[in-house]
Design a protein around this ligand. Structure first.
Ligand code: ATP
Ligand code: MG
Length: 294
């Protein structure tokens, strides 16, 4: 897994829009922890029982040490986590009672930083799957992974344009491609067909939020719809997409069909959104099996 780590602060609010008042005593409503797409995926896959080599960049600041400490506490090796940025990226997540969330993210200068190619190549050499998040430092790893014959999975998140110059590389290289419906210029069904015609991933999934997800397989006809599984009360939907993606990869790596893997992934995501942080609420493989069977 190569991707972002940021320090995440979550704030519980009554509802959007947030009216002005000078001070709020939000007892228990302000919390922090390590998160970021790479962290969420690495932690979810680790929790599901996979051996994760996690490649990321942190700040040489106290927040970087906190993030690194949290990875170590989980038992995720930190040998590929390089504390070489001036500052660790941060995010601030506001979430209301319905579970709707608003993300404010400050990437600091991570988009100008690069990851040492020799270290990346060594990690890629031994992996079954390269999960390359759409952050600039993992962009050169796409070509490296291809050259080393490693399959690539990517989530490009909210995409607004089929030719999006930032995400085009990721979409061209990915065999497993995820995206969100949230900013699409067409219906997700139409857009899925367009993505397949243009980039031809083996597997395409479009997350539909509370409506579930669409699955389209190369050469196998029309997109298929999978409903959402809100298996427990929703607290915050932050990180739902990362959870869906991770659990799908878990199923795929475990030999399930794409349909089986996505069905279980909606359960994993449905369970995950019962907690407030993007990196909280991940089921183990056994816990997921139990919930799928209920
Ligand atoms: N409001 C909701 N109610 C029930 N399930 C939800 C809700 N929001 C998300 N989910 C579950 O989580 C999955 C992933 O969510 P979503 O489609 O919003 O991801 P995304 O838009 O790709 O990423 P994200 O919203 O996390 O940036 C959905 O397919 C669904 O199973
Ligand atoms: Mg979404």
């Amino acid at each position: 897994v190569a991707g972002l780590i940021n320090w995440e602060t979550t704030l519980a609010i009554e509802s959007f829009p947030l009216a002005y008042n000078p001070v709020n005593y939000a007892f228990g409503g302000v919390n922090g922890g390590a998160s970021g797409v790479g962290y969420n995926i690495a932690k979810a896959l680790h929790t599901l029982g996979h051996q994760v080599d996690f490649l990321s960049l942190l700040g040489e600041d106290p927040l970087g040490q906190l993030c690194s400490g949290q990875l170590a506490a989980l038992g995720i090796p930190t040998g590929h986590i390089l504390p070489q940025l001036p500052q660790t990226p941060q995010s601030c997540i506001l979430y209301e009672k319905s579970g709707r969330r608003q993300i404010h993210v400050d990437l600091k200068n991570i988009q100008e930083a690069s990851y040492p190619p020799d270290l990346a190549a060594a990690a890629l050499q031994t992996c079954d799957l390269a999960v390359l998040c759409n952050i600039n430092f993992s962009r050169p790893l796409l070509e490296l992974a291809l050259r080393l014959g490693r399959p690539i999975a990517t989530d490009v998140h909210a995409l607004a344009d089929l030719d999006d110059p930032y995400n085009r590389d990721y979409m061209s290289y990915a065999q497993i491609l995820f995206m969100s419906h949230e900013s699409l210029p067409a219906s997700p069904w139409d857009f899925a067909r367009q993505v397949m015609a243009r980039y031809a991933p083996q597997i395409l999934v479009i997350g539909l939020g509370g409506e579930g997800a669409l699955l389209m397989l190369k050469g196998e006809g029309e997109p298929q719809h999978f409903p959402a599984r809100p298996v427990r009360p929703i607290v915050s939907t932050v990180g739902a997409g990362d959870a869906l993606f991770s659990a799908f990869l878990h199923g795929h790596l475990s030999g399930q069909s794409p349909a089986e893997a996505l069905r279980a992934a909606t359960v994993f995501a449905g369970y995950k959104i019962g907690e407030r942080g993007a990196a909280e609420g991940f089921l183990s493989a056994e816990g997921l099996r139990d919930w799928v069977n209920r």
